[in-house]
Design a protein around this ligand. Sequence first.
Ligand code: AMP
Length: 288
Amino acid sequence: MRTARTIAGVRELLDASRGATTTVGLVATMGALHEGHLSLIEAARADCDIVVLSLFVNPTQFAPDEDLSSYPRDEERDAKLAEDWGVEVLFAPTVEEMYPPGFATSVVVGGDLSARLEGAHRGVQHFAAVATVVTKLLNIVAPDVAYFGQKDAQQALVVKRLVSDLAIPTRIVVCPTVREADGLARSSRNAYLTPAERARAVALSRTLERTAAMIANGERDGVAAAAAARSELAERGVDPEYFDIVDPERLTPVSEIDAPVLVAVAARVGRARLIDNVIATPGSAGAS
Ligand code: AMP
């Protein structure tokens, strides 16, 4: 594996091997690598000749009261894992490399995709920052395919929108959420959880599963299903920032469930702000 820290350096590494028949896959991460990231790398390895992993904790997407300074960072460990997992090129730029003095451009995906769910709670500037850094990474690496996780469902929709709107010649692949044995979605932020909080955190995936089962069994009322889920979370000692049932492409709330919906939750458990989601498909049982 070769590592580049500059934009010119990573372009040089890739241009040397890029050819008409060589495909490049990008997995963009903030590091603290785990099995979720591994699944994206494996998907990229299956499709592409060269896998690029970017490792960049993007400061602009953190609000002032968020965990930028404490976000888990261990580049040595990440570089070792990336190499073991078959990554060819690690792109680990500095903040100055990505945001040199005078940087003044922002990519904004307008409307509900940026404003709902995470946008409503972290602020719309969160997805402007994500859209800007992803656009820049796509321009730097120029991958044929870029891999994102369904774990960050809204981020994946924002990225698909900007790639389509700006005619960026990269295919976006969204990979399923990788979970711990008990269902907790893998996340770099799980490292913040104490053992007691870790036990409580399973409430998120349990409640999502239970809601998906209710919908599969005939529940059609999105408002009632979300209310039942919120009280289940409360019983399990978790107070969600949101628990919403929304259209899986547009993120608008769904009150009458007659097609697959995205069920999404965000909650603070101790110091960790966790997010998770499932796609729920209505079944016929119980439908009138
Ligand atoms: P992050 O380092 O948290 O910014 O995540 C980098 C990429 O990995 C994003 O596309 C995430 O959606 C994806 N990812 C994070 N956790 C998981 C997971 N548990 N399963 C699948 N993909 C994930």
